[in-house]
Design a protein around this ligand. Structure first.
Ligand SMILES: *Cc1c(COP(=O)(O)O)cnc(C)c1O
Length: 365
């Protein structure tokens, strides 16, 4: 069900009802776990490397949420991303990608570039003109908005409107914003990918990925390749992520409210020199008045916030991004990235503030 009468359902309703089994007396109304490699012949699914009831439910739910016709799920976000690039980027093709984006997406593209598989054009996604200039002759324009970890915003609608018919495929990694806050297919994008590990799952207990699109040819290729390569998510992970999706709208809205409070308070904090928060989503980055070690200590000495990578968990996470050797070298050493969770905002603030005052800023100098 996607409409009530003529009216499209809200995202909040879709998160709760999409992908549920048909209503039959005595049958469960939530999606179960089906551990099976083979199923009775004659149905839609026969051998589960090609499809199974859990994936069907998950894929139809995410397709509805992202307002696309088809979805294909994967055992991780990177599996979704690399499978898509494999299919849509020709030999020695051109890929346009943001200066800042998920570091392993960029790492993968840079690896391809150094082996001569592609030509990579790196752009500032906040400049629509720069993206459109780079898009000429490209196979793919890869976008993230907000970007990771500096929270730049791309004008997805303007970029898509500026790409001519028959031009590059526009892909948006919508992991950070989620379909609760942004639906790129409606903004003109051709494909959406997610690390379902993050907000969709929401509890840091399962890796999964998914691609959504209205492009039938590409989606058929992806489905076929997934089966041939055996790049298949497990039934438990699928179950956990579907369960997570049921509370997606609530979690994202609450986390975004908390992020706004934290970003505002960081802006006037004596130990903070710069805050990156574009007003959308649950991620906030900031630079501390101090060294990399000071920033590491801020992350290590919180008690509610967890010092961990990843994002989109119910609990708040923080980390210094440059501790990863793969992170872009123009990201400041003292930059801390927050993934704000759904706890009480004042508790989060007091915990973070105490650690900041203990480790950074003029009070210590
Ligand atoms: C985590 C992440 C990925 C990769 O997803 P995995 O599930 O870890 O493979 C891709 N893009 C973004 C924006 C991410 O945050």
């Amino acid at each position: 069900m996607t409409h009530i009468g003529e009216r499209p359902l809200s995202v909040a309703t879709t998160t709760v009802i999409a992908g549920r089994p048909p209503r039959r007396p005595g049958e469960p109304f939530s999606v179960g776990i089906t551990p099976a490699s083979a199923l009775h012949a004659g149905g839609d699914n026969e051998y589960t490397r090609y499809g199974n009831p859990g994936w069907d439910a998950f894929e139809s739910a995410i397709a509805e949420l992202e307002r696309g016709r088809w979805a294909v799920c994967y055992p991780s976000g990177m599996a979704a991303i690399t499978a898509l690039l494999d299919v849509v980027v020709s030999e020695r093709g051109i890929v346009v990608a943001p200066h800042h984006a998920y570091f392993e997406t960029l790492g993968f593209l840079r690896g391809w570039q150094s082996r001569g598989r592609i030509q990579l054009r790196s752009v500032d996604v906040t400049s629509t003109a720069a993206v459109l200039a780079a898009a000429k002759g490209a196979d793919v324009v890869w976008l993230e908005s907000p970007t990771n970890p500096t929270m730049e915003l791309a004008d997805i609608s303007a970029i898509c409107a500026g790409i001519p018919r028959g031009g590059p495929i526009v892909v948006v990694d919508n992991t950070t914003a989620t379909p609760v806050l942004q639906q790129p297919l409606d903004m003109g994008a051709d494909m959406v990918v997610h690390s379902a590990t993050k907000h969709l799952g929401g509890h840091s207990d399962a890796l999964m990925g998914v691609t959504v699109s209205n492009n039938e040819a590409v989606m058929n290729r992806l489905r076929e390749e997934r089966g041939l390569r055996g790049c298949t998510p497990g039934v438990l992970e699928t179950f956990l992520v579907i369960r997570g999706v049921r509370t997606l709208a609530l979690r994202v809205e609450r986390a975004q409210d908390n992020a706004r409070v934290i970003a505002e308070r960081l802006r006037s904090h004596s130990a903070v020199t710069r805050v990156y928060y574009p007003g959308i989503g649950a991620m906030v980055s900031f630079e501390v008045d101090g060294s990399a070690d000071d920033a590491d200590n801020v992350c290590a000495q919180t008690e509610i916030w967890t010092n961990a990578t990843s994002l989109g968990d119910v609990g708040s996470l923080l980390e210094r991004r440059r501790r990863w050797t793969g992170e872009s070298v123009d990201i400041p050493e003292s930059l801390i990235r927050l993934s704000v969770g759904i706890e009480g905002a004042d508790d989060l603030w007091d915990d973070l503030n105490r650690s900041l005052l203990r480790n950074c800023g003029t009070r210590l100098r």
